[in-house]
Design a protein around this ligand. Structure first.
Ligand code: PEP
Ligand code: MN
Length: 264
């Protein structure tokens, strides 16, 4: 169902403030975690200023260490929704478990399926039974075909509103980058599938200084948009501070990405 033989035309996802796919470039930005009502509101303003039409923010966080901040849960979803509405933006947020699909769906325009859940087939089936758009992240040890088969679970259950997110994979070398950004996956996926491909340079590299060069490279590689993490005080971020773009760096990144897109 995801192949270009089955559907030669690109998938187009229409949200109130955003069109994803078919040549519409989309910027998604926001903090890794929703931290407070005030913080997410301020970050939404910054995101919008850089041209983002989708606000990201996690309210249920899949943390590697169980003692790390786990998210504000439903309060976080409400703060995120209100911040997006105040700026006229759409929302993307992670849903981690099947029992939360209905509740998260009340607040979001896009379900994010995290890398760690890419092959949580029960979760894929559950979001597949909704009509809410799904941003499916590539698992850190998943091949491109694994990613396409995971997308198939969503589509086969009735939801065609799927896009893919390349967020880096685990390789033998993670000393200088958190993951290895599989840049070639972008044009490869373009050849294989009609689903839009969004790049996540933040998780791919995990280091602030490297995010902008990879965001620019992803735009050059032909992605349909990007999702990036921003924070005004990275040292005190509740999660993923070391990869956050400050507002200035974010605005600079969006300028460079737009310049590359124009040059293509
Ligand atoms: C996130 O978007 O904050 C996140 C946890 O991403 P990933 O699933 O790609 O690690
Ligand atoms: Mn994050």
């Amino acid at each position: 169902l995801g192949s270009l033989e089955f559907q030669p035309e690109p998938t187009i996802i229409k949200l109130p403030h955003t069109t994803i796919g078919a040549g519409h470039f989309v910027m998604m930005a926001g903090p890794c975690s929703v931290e407070s009502e005030d913080h997410v509101r301020r970050m939404a303003k910054v995101a919008k200023q850089g041209g983002a039409t989708v606000l990201r923010g996690g309210a249920f966080k899949p943390r590697t260490v169980p003692y790390s901040f786990q998210g504000l849960e439903e309060d976080g979803l409400r703060f995120l929704r209100e911040a997006a509405d105040a700026e006229g933006m759409d929302v993307i947020t992670e849903v981690m478990d099947v029992p939360h699909v209905e509740m998260v769906g009340k607040y979001t325009d896009i379900f994010q399926i995290g890398a760690r859940n890419m092959q949580n087939f029960s979760l894929l089936k559950a979001v597949g039974k909704t009509k809410i758009a799904v941003g499916l992240k590539r698992g850190m040890s998943a091949t491109i075909d694994d990613l396409l088969n995971a997308a198939e679970y969503i589509r086969a259950n009735g939801n065609p509103n799927v896009f893919l997110i390349e967020r880096g994979i685990r390789t033998f070398d993670n000393k200088y980058t958190r993951n290895t950004f599989d840049l070639a996956a972008i044009p490869v996926l373009k050849k294989l599938t009609h689903y839009p491909i969004i790049a996540d340079p933040s998780h791919a590299v995990g280091v602030t200084d490297l995010v902008t060069p990879m965001a620019v490279a992803a735009a050059a590689a032909g992605c349909d948009g990007e999702i990036v993490e921003i924070h005004d005080d990275p040292a005190h971020a509740f999660s993923d501070g070391p990869q956050a773009l400050t507002p200035d760096l974010y605005l600079d990144m969006t300028k460079k990405v737009n310049a590359v897109r124009k040059a293509l």
